[in-house]
Design a protein around this ligand. Structure first.
Ligand SMILES: *Cc1c(COP(=O)(O)O)cnc(C)c1O
Length: 459
């Protein structure tokens, strides 16, 4: 049954009329054709540029801003299918025509946005908040995009599409999310990983979820080339963020942050970036809220890069005159080890339109920022370390003021990166001088030895 309750034949693939009219893929460079989101199309057939999911504003304006706020507030964190998901609680803004039975959701989103009281005080920005997107099913914000993409694939397959599997190249978190959602839906997944460049925790997730895991002797950008070739015949559906369906799910983060602040907009949002889908998505969510009158100003977006893989930072320094690509170097922040970011054009718009900033952090800076935050109760992944290091820089430069309300998006769970933590506290990370090492101390099983040690530490 589709959303109107009309049973559809399994052999023909009807285009849901409502989506064709109000939600469709459109070229970001301005080519006029509209494409159904249920068609296998990743880039503009006319110019080869990126597509985005466009939502016509008129049908959405039938509800007032207050009505939207009430509706979204009423759904948040309920168990009613599928609204208990932070993504599907906003379904009218994501994929309005998706049938209930095709939603592939593990109630992702609705992650905690908490006040980083001690860290904020220590850094001199008391209104500091952390959005813990890593508190999610597979441990990163990638779940938000995958629930949308895999749901659309499920609807395509139920309508007789020739798609028989989903695939992605990944620095780790994308593959974990794709493998989990595909397994939940019963759809085969093929995963391309750069051999030896992802953490054990990241590798084992798709393995456990039964995906076909192929480790290739190349880096992420090399895997990306191969997956593009392999998905060319349209029987395997490409799930990388080149596919703009992912952005639709990820854009809910910005909307969720504002809802969690009772519809108040923060001054700054800092996010670690690699392929640039996430910062593009943040902007897209804010733009929609602006257009529909839920908010009246934009936050300033800050894209944080690891200095070892900072093509977007180089482009920003260049006034975005041209896209710069680099060969990404080895970095502790391996999920953002990307030299040729796919969503470059969208991300430039996100930064320009929000008076945003791109900044970078060295290995030493990101490790120190992560370790410092951990001492205030967090357990930060290295990418969150990049964002926190950039926060520190912008405070020191006087750009972020002590009265500003700042949100740092923590993109993954620290437990996926225990090698990074262990290395830090053993002072064995390359290019990092551990300022706050806290290795466990080995003592004989003697009360006297223990008392002496505690006295030494606590005085
Ligand atoms: C994917 C990822 C990023 C970067 O997101 P992009 O959309 O590629 O810019 C940042 N942090 C983590 C943990 C990720 O998995």
């Amino acid at each position: 049954m589709n959303h109107l309750g009309i049973r559809m034949s399994l052999t023909v693939a009807p285009k849901p009329a409502t989506d064709k009219q109000t939600t469709y893929f459109q070229c970001i460079a301005g080519c006029s054709a509209k494409h159904s989101i249920y068609d296998v199309v990743y880039t503009c057939p006319s110019c080869g540029g990126m597509l985005e999911v466009h939502h016509d504003r008129e049908p959405l304006k039938q509800r007032s801003a207050d009505q939207w706020k009430q509706l979204f507030d009423s759904r948040a964190s309920t168990t009613t299918w599928p609204y208990g998901s932070g993504v599907w609680g906003l379904r009218e803004w994501v994929v309005p025509s998706l049938a209930d039975e095709n939603v592939v959701s593990m109630f992702e989103g609705n992650t905690n946005l908490f006040w980083a009281e001690r860290l904020g005080q220590q850094l001199g920005v008391p209104d500091l908040w952390i959005k813990l997107c890593g508190n999610s099913h597979t441990g990163s914000f990638k779940d938000l995009g995958m629930t949308v993409l895999v749901s659309v694939v499920k609807q395509m397959m139920s309508q007789g599409s020739s798609v028989k599997a989903v695939a992605c190249a990944s620095t780790g978190d994308t593959s974990a999310a794709l493998a989990a959602y595909a397994a939940y839906a019963g759809i085969p997944a093929v995963i391309f990983l750069p051999a030896g460049k992802v953490s054990t925790a990241q590798l084992i997730q798709p393995v456990a979820n039964g995906a076909h895991v192929l480790a290739l002797d190349t880096d992420f950008d090399g895997c990306m080339q191969i997956v593009k070739e392999v998905t060319q015949d349209n029987s395997i559906y490409l799930a990388n963020s080149l596919n703009s369906l992912r952005i639709e799910g990820q854009k809910t983060v910005g909307i969720e942050i504002v809802r969690q602040f009772d519809w108040e907009v923060p001054d700054w949002i800092i996010i670690p970036v690699g392929n640039l889908g996430n910062v593009s998505a943040l902007y897209k969510g804010f733009k929609l809220m602006m257009d529909l009158g839920l908010i009246t100003r934009m936050p300033r977006l800050v894209a944080a890069q690891a200095a070892k893989a900072s093509p977007f930072y180089e482009s920003f320094k260049n006034g975005f005159k041209q896209k710069i690509s680099v060969t990404a170097q080895n970095t502790l922040a391996n999920a953002i080890r990307i030299g040729d970011p796919v969503s470059y054009d969208k991300a430039v718009k996100a930064i320009v339109q929000t008076n945003g900033i791109v900044e970078q952090a060295s290995e030493n800076e990101l490790a120190a920022a992560a370790a410092h935050a951990d001492l205030t109760g967090m357990f930060t992944c290295p990418h969150t370390g990049v964002a926190l290091a950039v926060l520190t820089k912008l405070i020191n430069q006087g750009v972020i003021k002590s009265s500003d309300k700042t949100v740092v998006i923590s993109t993954a769970h620290g437990l996926k990166f225990t090698d990074f933590k262990v290395g830090y506290h053993e002072s064995s990370l390359e290019e990092v001088t551990s300022q706050y090492p806290n290795p466990a101390v080995h003592l004989p099983a003697s009360a006297d030895a223990v008392k002496a040690e505690i006295a030494k530490r606590l005085g």
